[in-house]
Design a protein around this ligand. Structure first.
Ligand code: MEV
Length: 321
């Protein structure tokens, strides 16, 4: 994971994984712990010289694409125009990290073309681009796309693992550690309802101004820390129970949605636990299958109208292909 992105001339291609949040989304924006899993659904970005900046052949789309524009301004100043082609298996605006994966694959490719890049610098660059494009948020998604596997942010429980990097925005700072892979298959499912992370994060900030806000954030922190400890001790039943507890807190924050609740209900007989994942208000769910019930869980989620994927950890983060 700590291998740098090597130098490579254009034309080149790079890819980076999507993610699901297992514990602590939203609270992580306010400095609390989070556990994120990079999943084996990827976005791949190819870069070649072009007559002008284009995204999938289209100059207008390239100009209006916030993440591409920010990345080019931050990482390609003075560079020759590029033809950028992106393909992805991650549904867009699904809560499964499609924008972070796009940014990480693109930044890895541009970094390779500019002589190579170490991962801590890449993680910071990707977070800065996402923050500039989105206005709000934490480095959880972009760090997962750069690191691969399981990562813990701002977590005492995960600090026994390898420290990967620290990432900052202004005076805010998040510390990222590696969490060892317990070797489980997870199931995620997209509701088909696109979400807007910026809008949801801002609504949560308002919700947290109520008198019970600080106590609610503390409960998020305790649940995430307990969840990370349960993953470290490979206690599936406890992880399942804590996923449900985390979902209750997210419901209390006001970010669930009837389509999310319908998928969680459908998952219950085949899952040890499940919750919404990512910003919520649409987007996706994540579920930990009961042993040997992965396929049954996938079927249940599909029958309930979701778009399910059985996923494993992406072993590597952003990489050249
Ligand atoms: C989105 O995947 C997770 C949120 O906590 C936002 C963020 O951390 O940037 C909702």
């Amino acid at each position: 994971v700590t291998d740098p992105i090597p130098a490579r001339p254009i034309p080149l291609a790079a890819r980076a994984p999507g993610k699901c949040v297992l514990f602590g989304e939203h609270a992580v924006v306010h400095g609390k712990p989070e556990l994120v899993l990079a999943i084996d659904l990827y976005t791949q970005v190819a870069l070649r010289p072009g007559p002008e900046l284009r995204l999938n052949g289209n100059p207008e789309v390239a100009r209006s694409h916030r993440y591409l524009s920010r990345a080019m301004a931050d990482l390609w100043a003075g560079g020759d125009p590029l033809d950028v082609v992106a393909v992805s298996r991650i549904p867009r605006a699904s809560g499964l990290g499609s924008s972070a994966a796009f940014v990480a694959a693109l930044a890895a490719g541009l970094g390779a073309a500019r002589g190579g890049r170490d991962r801590p610098a890449l993680a910071q660059a990707c977070f800065t681009i996402e923050r500039e494009a989105q206005g709000v948020g934490s480095p959880g998604d972009t760090s997962a796309a750069v690191a691969g596997g399981y990562i813990g942010l701002n977590s005492a429980a995960s600090s026994s693992g390898e420290k990967l990097w620290e990432v900052a925005a202004g005076t805010e700072r998040w510390t990222v550690h590696r969490v060892p892979d317990p070797g489980w298959v997870w199931v995620v499912a997209y509701t088909g309802v696109p979400k807007d992370t910026g809008t949801t994060v801002r609504a949560v900030r308002e919700r947290l101004r109520r008198p019970d806000g600080p106590a609610l954030l503390e409960r998020f922190a305790e649940t995430a820390e307990a969840g990370i400890r349960a993953v470290l001790s490979e206690d599936r039943d406890e992880v399942g129970r804590l996923l449900m507890a985390n979902h209750e807190l997210l419901r209390d924050l006001g970010v669930s949605h009837p389509r999310l609740e319908a998928l969680l209900e459908a998952a219950r007989p085949a899952a040890l636990g499940s919750k919404l994942t990512g910003a919520g208000a649409g987007g996706s769910v994540v579920a930990l299958p009961r042993p040997q019930m992965e396929i049954d869980l996938v079927r249940r989620l599909a029958r309930a109208g979701g778009v399910p994927y059985a996923v494993r950890p992406a072993p590597a983060g952003a990489e050249l292909v």
